[in-house]
Design a protein around this ligand. Structure first.
Ligand code: FAD
Ligand code: 2HG
Ligand code: ZN
Length: 481
């Protein structure tokens, strides 16, 4: 395991898997959905970044909610720890075992169950891949309210469990607003049917929210009901270059005011991120003629092709005249738009190809966002290439440091510095990726002790034996014997 996660001790109260357990799982799931094959386990034990590695000996592939329920009921009675896994694209080591936890992947539960063309409400199983849902909706003239670079692999159940943000949050809001209902199975195998399809329902506590963003620590999400949006006819994307961060900030303020109802994405990257992508991804080129310090992608989505386009063009011209923009181009067709998005969405992949990297995901007041990048650059000097990019419109910075190799010295310079900096500015140390195993012990930088205590009480009440995704989300000291 990577960083502080390497110091965690296995909780001795958990049982170890034996042959009787495997036989039981084969009885309920059938032989082929109880995976002991070493190669498949190697993949399931390893996270997307290749930083976190477990040693699970078993991967279970349930086909329906009833099977998930039977698995959990059994694991709870035996005190066998489990890790719920979706597309395994998480970036905080939450989706892989820390030790020998049984991996439960709901990827076979991938059916669309219902779609209402009047309300736009989609009901599906948790193992549906986000991109497949988008493709299905496209045939109906709708779009998902979320979009992210991992769409080809991540599951909607994983998205809900991490409360994934992504590229459209500025327009459609977070999953706490768009997810209308879920079905989840708790540690003891109880099935909670909260699969509502209503936008308004104030009958008591809205418990689905406990599962949105709790990273598999309170239950396994098996079904999701989500509000989708009509696909509008005019989508425009501008790629612009700016000299300094203050200009980026001003453009954001102006874009909200002038493009308001059609603004659908506002993303930024700095020059170091751009260089990384140009150096590591094939077929990518800078859309603007000269290299600049910052780049912004502004997407608009509306229903009037002529006026939407004119609006965006007028906005860019005005920003140019005010000296906020030094260069810019509007995509002429869908292929060019994809090539612009490839730059922004490709940074994570380019980092992966560049060697060692340290990844942070911060919420900060927009005016502070780039100060931490500059401060860290000064602190690290030649030791690392510090990159800033992210969902500027949502106040979410992705701060990544690429280095020649992993070292305790570099980690010691980065942490807790970044967490303290963020806490001092009342930011969040996890804007959208979650805490996983990487930041479970750092939760106090963003949450008060009283709040964490209540979270621990909820966890202990819902999962008294602590079998669901142990060592993740909350400090493990609360759960070790
Ligand atoms: P996994 O990685 O498998 O699991 C993530 C967490 O959810 C784990 O804690 C796991 O235990 C839990 N979990 C998974 N499925 C279930 C379930 N059915 N029930 C209960 N718990 C479950 N994230 C963003 O927020 N915004 C982005 O823009 C974004 N872009 C990304 C781009 C790339 C290239 C990559 C690799 C990742 C990106 N991510 C982003 C992070 C990641 O893709 C998201 O967190 C995603 O929502 C995870 O979904 P998944 O199915 O892969 O879940
Ligand atoms: C994104 O917005 C993802 O591209 C990944 O959240 C961020 O790689 C990262 O740090
Ligand atoms: Zn992101």
């Amino acid at each position: 395991c990577f960083g502080s996660a390497s110091q965690i001790q296995r909780n001795p109260l958990f049982a170890s898997l034996d042959s009787k357990d495997v036989s039981y799982f084969k009885e309920i799931l059938g032989d082929k959905n109880v995976v002991e094959d070493e190669e498949r386990l190697e993949t399931a034990n390893t996270d997307w970044m290749d930083k976190y590695k477990g040693s699970s000996k078993l991967l279970l592939l349930p086909k329906n909610t009833e099977e998930v329920s039977q698995i959990l009921k059994y694991c709870d009675s035996r005190r066998l720890a489990v890790v719920p896994q979706g597309g395994n694209t998480g970036l905080v080591g939450g989706s892989v075992p820390v030790f020998d936890e049984v991996i439960i992947n709901v990827g076979l539960m991938n059916k669309v169950l219902a779609f209402d063309e009047v309300s736009g409400v989609l009901v599906c199983e948790a193992g549906c891949i986000l991109e497949n849902l988008a493709t299905f909706l496209d045939t109906k003239g709708f779009i998902m309210p979320l979009d992210l670079g991992a769409k080809g692999s991540c599951h909607i159940g994983g998205n809900v469990s991490t409360n994934a943000g992504g590229l459209r949050l500025i327009r459609y809001g977070s999953l706490h607003g768009t997810v209308l209902g879920i079905e989840a199975v708790t540690a003891n195998g109880n099935v909670l049917d909260m699969l509502g399809k209503l936008r308004k329902d104030n009958t008591g506590y809205d418990l689905k929210h406990l599962f949105i963003g709790s990273e598999g620590s309170l239950g396994i999400v098996t079904k999701v009901s989500i509000l989708t949006q009509p696909k509008l006819s005019s989508v425009n994307l501008a790629f612009i270059a700016c000299k300094d961060y203050l200009s980026c900030q001003k453009i954001l303020v102006e874009a909200k005011r002038n493009l308001g109802e059609i603004l659908s994405a506002f993303e930024f990257l700095d020059n170091n991120s751009m260089d990384l992508v140009l150096n590591h991804l094939d077929g990518v080129r800078n859309p603007v003629s000269s290299s600049e310090n910052f780049y912004i992608l502004i997407e608009t989505t509306g229903s009037d092709e002529t006026s939407d386009r004119e609006k965006l063009e007028a906005f860019l011209l005005k920003s140019f005249e005010k000296g906020l923009v030094s260069d810019g181009v509007i995509a002429q067709d869908i292929n060019q738009a994809s090539s612009f998005w490839r730059i922004r969405e490709g940074i994570t992949e380019a980092l992966q190809k560049s060697g060692a990297f340290y990844k942070y995901d911060l919420s900060l007041p927009v005016e502070e966002i780039y100060n931490i990048v500059n401060d860290l650059r000064e602190r690290l000097g030649d030791l690392g290439n510090v990159m800033g990019y992210g969902h500027l419109g949502d106040g979410n910075l992705h701060l990544n440091i690429s280095t020649a190799e992993y070292s305790d010295k570099i980690l010691g310079l980065i942490e807790p510095y970044i967490y303290e900096w963020t806490s001092k500015h009342r930011g969040s140390i996890s804007a959208e990726h979650g805490l996983g195993v990487m930041k479970a012990n750092e939760i106090f930088y963003s949450k008060s002790p009283e709040t964490v205590n209540l979270m621990v009480s909820i966890k202990k009440m819902m999962d008294p034996k602590g079998i669901l995704n142990p060592y993740k989300v909350l400090p493990h000291s609360f759960f070790s014997p």
